[in-house]
Design a protein. Structure first.
Length: 118
């Protein structure tokens, strides 16, 4: 690859299965952080391209078709909306303790931390 062509010494191994999936997910997080560091439009395009490549590779590894992915995006957008209008939820109050979304959020406290304004 690119490194060897430039005289770099590569020490690595081939990943497969769950190990490859986990490495792709880790790389996705790394590349997402790099989007925030893009200094100009061209760098932003390059970083977004890296993310799309990882998503493509992850879908291929998990046998997720383009059609399945697009259908999932469409369904979720219809159900919850998208991001194109710039609407962002800072906090959400769910008055009913037994509401299915309250239970859903409580099941992932790191993702959805509960705030008690008492």
């Amino acid at each position: 690859g690119w490194h060897r062509q430039n005289g770099h010494v590569v020490n690595g191994r081939r990943l497969e299965g769950n190990e490859l999936r986990d490495a792709l997910i880790e790389k996705l997080h790394e590349e997402a952080d790099e989007v925030g560091g893009a200094l100009n439009r061209n760098e932003l395009i390059e970083e977004i391209g890296d993310i799309q490549q990882i998503i493509y590779d992850l879908c291929k590894l998990q046998d997720i078709s383009d059609e399945e992915l697009e259908l999932s995006i469409k369904r979720k957008s219809e159900r919850k909306g998208g991001f194109e209008h710039g609407e962002y939820i800072d906090t959400l109050t769910i008055p009913d303790e037994n509401d299915k979304w309250a239970r859903y959020c409580r099941a992932s406290p790191k993702k959805y931390p509960e705030i008690n304004d008492v």
